[in-house]
Design a protein around this ligand. Structure first.
Ligand code: HEC
Ligand code: HEC
Ligand code: HEC
Ligand code: HEC
Ligand code: HEC
Length: 495
């Protein structure tokens, strides 16, 4: 009897404490979670007042440089992005607004919290809602709720937006404000959060809307990386030019304040290219040029991220295998990251004899073709709740495979080769190749865009052209097919 009273006491204490601690105890979404997060399944909180969000064009009147850099960034098109809109439309049809609210929370936070964005499509929206991840999103972040989320990790927009206080716009600024900060338009509050990856974390961890399964976890990958250990933040690689990014990655050198830019440059050259086309169609040649500069930077970034080594493996004095080592040398998280089940990064290997005759090949594709089934791809495969293959983010609740390369780490791939008789030397060519998506997936998403997006009128697209492929790294090596030292069983290569 006594024992059960004691037990009851513990039970009551436990339940009370966990309720007090925040929004949930497991990874399930409790009623408390939904109460704590009014825009659930987006975890944004908004301190609503009579101060409205300010569209980026207004900020740009006084902050020309930041505006010019941001307006050709992927963040500026996060909502208009036709590939996003295609997938959004499918999510809307499959599940409804209860899931698209989650998407909008990251792709158009202001449009979501104000209730302006109700369905897929880009027509008749205010400049603020259309602007995606704009100035007044980041510079209104007054705090984060990373520890209160169902997983106790940053996810699905777990930040607090406070665009103003006491009738005046107040902006969160990364450094101690100057006397004239705000030019009479806005107040300034210093925010050290803005100097760290924590600002980016809640949007760069995308978790399943019901199970909280981590579909994309770029922030978590970075969090446990050597870059985090050396104080190199997202900003230090993505808010700088390519030369500075390489220096930050190679030497763990923190860029100075003056070196930061609002590029938010990543590898999405496809979206930069499409956006340049849209700017041209709209008659804004200057903007088109700036998007193409981002395109060039994206390609250069990809070409800086990886390295390859080729090593022959001998057994019984004969070359039997090739070992290809792929190294992530400058990506601050796994490579690839984020949409790892959609992005394609793969090895193309060609082995030739002395006369240039091809002995073996793997992963060879022409633009627009699907990857051959035996291709070594570094990616993930999603599974739905019945453990069946799935690609859509509302269906994926686990991965059957997650094979990306950790920061400063590598993956080894072995290729068996059968050497024809009388061939003394072989030449091996290896390329690490990248594209945003498989051709069929890109075509399906662009075919699914809502009616308000006319790809021909807005982007000048008659049909989806073959998706361009970028070579991230390449290496060539020539190797003897027999062991150069007779009598030794193993040549000692490639251990
Ligand atoms: C927690 C924030 C977050 C949520 C929620 C979110 N996304 Fe995203 N989304 C991102 C980020 C960050 C990227 C960029 C990742 C990358 O480039 O690999 C992205 C990229 C994408 C892309 C690729 C766009 C391109 O041009 O290649 C698509 C499509 C997309 N999201 C669709 C959706 C849909 C549909 C939903 C809702 C079911 C959704 N997203 C929910 C943050 C989010
Ligand atoms: C994705 C988040 C994000 C967006 C969007 C964004 N900023 Fe920033 N901004 C930052 C961060 C982070 C810093 C601090 C960079 C550093 O450490 O130097 C910053 C710094 C600044 C600064 C200080 C000077 C400088 O450039 O470092 C100004 C001014 C500024 N932003 C204005 C703007 C304006 C105007 C826009 C829209 C055109 C904008 N920001 C969009 C995150 C953002
Ligand atoms: C009427 C002009 C004006 C407008 C409009 C304006 N600002 Fe400012 N802002 C200033 C001035 C002046 C300063 C202080 C000088 C400076 O650093 O540029 C400043 C400072 C800042 C800083 C800190 C810069 C630093 O070096 O520490 C940030 C961040 C910022 N503004 C963001 C914004 C955002 C976001 C918007 C739009 C929501 C905006 N501003 C709109 C005039 C303006
Ligand atoms: C409000 C949510 C949000 C915040 C905060 C945010 N991002 Fe993003 N970011 C996105 C979304 C959404 C996309 C994808 C847009 C798309 O592809 O359509 C994205 C894309 C990117 C990309 C990919 C570009 C590419 O070429 O693939 C980079 C890099 C990036 N963000 C860096 C940052 C950094 C650095 C910060 C913090 C300073 C940050 N983001 C903060 C939502 C956010
Ligand atoms: C040491 C430099 C470095 C740091 C630190 C870093 N990144 Fe990256 N990031 C890269 C490189 C290089 C790529 C391109 C290769 C790749 O996709 O992995 C990239 C790619 C990306 C992409 C695009 C994924 C895609 O497939 O479109 C996103 C989104 C991104 N980073 C966000 C972040 C965020 C958020 C942080 C901080 C939590 C961060 N990065 C920290 C170097 C860095």
């Amino acid at each position: 009897m006594k024992r059960s009273v004691l037990f009851l006491f513990f039970l009551v204490t436990f339940v009370t404490c966990s309720a007090y601690a925040g929004a949930g105890t497991g990874t399930e979404n409790s009623d408390k979670t939904k109460e704590f997060y009014p825009y659930f399944p987006s975890l944004i909180k908004w301190n609503k007042s009579d101060v409205n969000f300010t569209p980026p064009q207004t900020c740009g009147e006084c902050h020309e440089k930041q505006y010019s850099e941001w307006s050709s960034s992927i963040h500026s098109v996060a909502f208009q992005d036709p590939i996003y809109q295609g997938e959004l439309n499918q999510a809307f049809k499959a599940v409804g607004h209860s899931i698209t609210k989650q998407c909008e929370g990251c792709h158009s936070p202001a449009g979501m919290v104000t209730g302006e964005v109700k369905q897929p499509g880009t027509a008749n929206l205010s400049p603020m809602a259309s602007a995606g991840v704009s100035c007044d999103i980041c510079h209104s972040v007054s705090g984060v709720t990373h520890l209160q989320t169902p997983t106790h990790e940053p996810e699905n927009g777990s930040f607090i937006l406070t665009p103003g206080e006491n009738g005046e716009p107040v902006k969160r600024v990364p450094f101690p404000p100057t006397q004239d900060c705000g030019g009479g338009f806005h107040g300034c509050v210093e925010s050290t959060l803005h100097q760290t990856s924590e600002l980016c974390a809640s949007c760069h961890n995308v978790f399943h809307y019901e199970t909280n399964f981590p579909l994309e976890k770029t922030y978590n990958e970075w969090k446990f990386s050597p870059y985090e250990q050396h104080g190199i933040q997202c900003q230090d690689c993505h808010m700088v030019d390519i030369k500075t990014f390489k220096d930050a990655a190679d030497n763990f050198r923190k860029p100075s304040r003056e070196e930061h830019h609002h590029y938010f440059n990543g590898p999405n050259y496809l979206l930069s290219y499409l956006s340049a086309g849209a700017a041209k169609k709209a008659g804004n040649d200057d903007l088109a040029t700036r998007f193409m500069l981002q395109y060039d930077m994206a390609v250069e970034r990809l070409k800086s991220a990886a390295d390859i080594e080729i090593m022959p493996v001998y057994s019984n004095n004969e070359l039997t295998e090739l070992k290809v080592r792929v190294k992530n040398i400058r990506s601050g998280h796994n490579m690839p990251t984020s949409l790892t089940n959609i992005r394609q990064m793969w090895l193309e290997v060609t082995v030739k004899d002395e006369n240039g005759k091809v002995i073996m090949t793997s992963g060879a594709v022409k633009d627009g073709e699907a990857l051959p089934p035996d291709t070594r791809v570094f990616n993930s495969d999603g599974m739905d709740k019945n453990f069946k293959f799935a690609v859509d983010p509302w269906e994926i609740v686990a991965f059957s495979k997650h094979d990306t390369i950790p920061p400063r780490g590598h993956r080894d791939v072995y290729y068996g080769v059968r050497i024809p008789e009388n061939v003394k030397n072989i030449t091996v060519e290896v390329r690490l190749r990248y594209r945003q998506a498989d051709q069929k997936i890109a075509e399906a998403l662009l075919a699914a865009v809502p009616e308000s997006i006319n790809l021909k009128a807005m982007y000048g697209l008659d049909k989806v052209p073959p998706l361009p492929i970028v070579d991230m790294a390449s290496k060539t090596g020539t190797f003897a097919t027999g062991c150069p030292i007779i009598g030794i069983n193993n040549c000692g290569y490639g251990q």
